[in-house]
Design a protein around this ligand. Structure first.
Ligand code: GCU
Length: 329
């Protein structure tokens, strides 16, 4: 199964030609792949990005968006960007961990005080540094998209306190930080790619997972998991990236258009996000999901140990966490 996926992936990499290709008509087409379904707000924001870029360039640059892991998992998409076979992508910051240890900091539980703290950090100096921290790996971050807060959902019971995670196989993103986080909270972390998670839940390979409301809803995981416990343990943003290969082939003027289109799409996405969260919570409830709002205290009590473990493995993150905590205090 894994082998077949790998072969398909290599085949795709070969046939995809270039991530940004120029047609005879002089029109440049940038391929953009991602893992979500088309009803998800991030897909709509990417389509908006393409529309704005087309307008700004007078029709000379177009973006073709491929949703649903059609071109690969987030990890595979990043690799395709590195070789320039895919031009752009949108991934969770957690998927960038292997390319930028600094970015993994965003996966620490309860890192931010509130929403305005998140905005101050991501839109300030630290955010800029993080976006460019993957450039040495041929991946240039253009902007962040709001991915809200992640909370646990399970097949068997509400997660009222971390003790409820004991003995549960909890799906995590393919990220060391996520593994540390779930282990530190008391669950058994199991990395599974997003596209394979529905089946993994259905077949009992995992008993629980965690995500923001729009993703819980749009992925239809709520059909299998009837308990959604809003503990909001992490606020990991999404990142829109361009392959440096494609970026370097753009003229300085085209680079400005692309950056502006990305920034405008981020503003648009933030607007869509709020509505999407409300809609998701309403719809999953209608479908019989029991939503609960556990006290955050017992989860917060686990944080020190998680941070301790992470700093032991990655000492350099300590100073960055301090800078984040001191941002606009
Ligand atoms: C979020 C994020 C996705 C990611 C997913 C996951 O929905 O926006 O980019 O794939 O989490 O849990 O894997």
């Amino acid at each position: 199964m894994l082998m077949t996926r790998r072969i398909v992936f290599v085949f795709l990499a070969l046939v995809l030609a270039l991530g940004g290709c120029q047609l005879d008509t002089g029109v440049k087409i940038i391929k953009m792949g991602h893992a979500q379904v088309v009803s998800h707000p991030v897909h709509q924001a990417m389509v908006f990005l393409g529309k704005r870029l087309e307008e700004k360039s007078g029709g000379k640059i177009k973006v073709k968006v491929y949703p649903n892991q059609q071109l690969g998992t987030e990890r595979e998409l990043l690799e395709l960007l590195q070789i320039g076979s895919v031009g752009m992508t949108k991934v969770s910051a957690a998927s960038l961990e292997a390319f930028s240890p600094e970015i993994s900091v965003l996966g620490l539980p309860y890192l931010f005080r509130d929403d305005s703290h998140i905005t101050q950090v991501l839109e300030g100096e630290i955010g800029k540094e993080l976006l460019l921290s993957t450039e040495k790996y041929w991946l240039r971050g253009l902007c962040f998209y709001d991915a809200g807060k992640r909370s646990f959902y399970s097949k068997t019971k509400p997660i009222a306190t971390p003790a409820d995670l004991a003995g549960l196989k909890v799906r995590v993103q393919e990220s060391k930080m996520a593994i540390n986080m779930v282990r530190g909270m008391g669950g058994s972390p199991t990395p599974v790619s997003y596209g394979e998670l529905y089946t993994a839940l259905q077949q009992g390979i995992v008993d629980a997972a965690e995500n923001n409301p729009p993703s819980f809803y749009n992925s239809r995981h709520y059909e299998v998991c009837k308990y959604y416990s809003i503990d909001e343990h992490t606020a990991i943003p999404d990142v829109v990236l361009v392959s440096t290969k494609v970026w370097s082939e753009l003229s300085p003027e085209e680079q400005v258009w692309l950056q502006e289109a990305a920034d405008e799409s981020a503003v648009y996405q933030t607007k869509l996000w709020k509505e999407a969260v409300e809609e998701a919570l309403r719809e999953v409830q209608k479908a019989g999901v029991e939503i609960s709002y556990p006290s955050k205290e017992p989860f917060l009590e686990k944080v020190a140990a998680v941070y301790g473990q992470v700093f032991q493995e990655q000492k350099q993150l300590e100073a960055l966490v301090q800078r984040i905590q001191q941002t606009n205090k």
